[in-house]
Design a protein around this ligand. Structure first.
Ligand code: AMP
Length: 215
């Protein structure tokens, strides 16, 4: 039986940060479709070339491309006992496609992280990532030891192109219009846990511990 967790919530809510902690605790890999796509862009693959323009504009990448990278990733050995998905599904079509990935007996939950718009905008504008290893920082809450240098690999910290203010606005709109409605798709399954993620990481993790009941 695999344990499958869908992390649901707007850009900036902390899906990546919360997901990394849960991945350690629950011993299943965190799989972010955004990271998988950024990797393709970085390696200049044809899929990456195609995805790049959508990502830079803050728009969703076409379903077939995202499903292709995801399918390849969840087939790897480390995902055999389950995985945590960050940023997928984002459209109803993706949610339907995901049904084809599940196996009979898989246990799945949806963690619906919620927060106020002001907190999301603050977190996205303060976010920096390492241009080499992808480690994520928040300039006030999780700053690097040395200005603009990654603690882990010494790489330069940069702002993601889609964390520019105009693109942030667009991404939040895309979430509200295209992604939020898919929560309804899962409502009937009794597997949706809604968590307020405005607070600190320990507070959010505590809340998840308190309310998530694995069978
Ligand atoms: P994220 O790192 O999750 O914020 O994703 C960054 C960008 O990658 C998004 O704004 C989209 O352009 C693209 N992306 C990531 N996941 C998906 C997905 N499931 N469907 C479509 N586009 C995606």
């Amino acid at each position: 039986m695999r344990r499958i967790v869908l992390l649901f919530g707007p850009p900036g809510i902390g899906k990546g940060t919360v997901g990394a902690s849960l991945s350690e605790k629950w011993h299943i890999p965190l799989i972010s479709t955004g990271d998988l796509l950024r990797e393709q862009v970085k390696c200049n693959t044809s899929l990456g070339e195609h995805a790049r323009a959508f990502m830079e504009r803050g728009e969703l990448v076409p379903d077939e491309l995202v499903v292709e990278v995801l399918h390849e990733r969840v087939s790897q050995k480390d995902a055999k006992d389950g995985f945590i998905l960050d940023g997928f599904p984002r459209t109803l079509k993706q949610a339907e496609m995901l049904e084809g990935v599940f196996l009979a007996g898989d246990e799945r939950i949806i963690l619906n992280l919620e927060g106020s718009p002001a907190v999301l905008i603050e977190r996205l504008s303060q976010r920096r990532i390492c241009s080499v290893c992808g480690a994520v920082y928040h300039m006030t809450n999780i700053p690097p030891k040395q200005d603009d240098i990654c603690d882990f690999c010494g790489g330069a910290l940069v702002r993601r192109p889609d964390d520019e203010p105009a693109v942030i606005e667009k991404r939040l709109r895309v979430f509200a219009e295209e992604t939020k409605p898919i929560l309804d798709f899962y409502r009937g399954t009794n597997a949706v846990y809604t968590i307020n993620a405005d607070g600190t990481l320990p507070e959010t993790l505590q809340e998840i511990d308190r309310i998530v009941k694995w069978s």
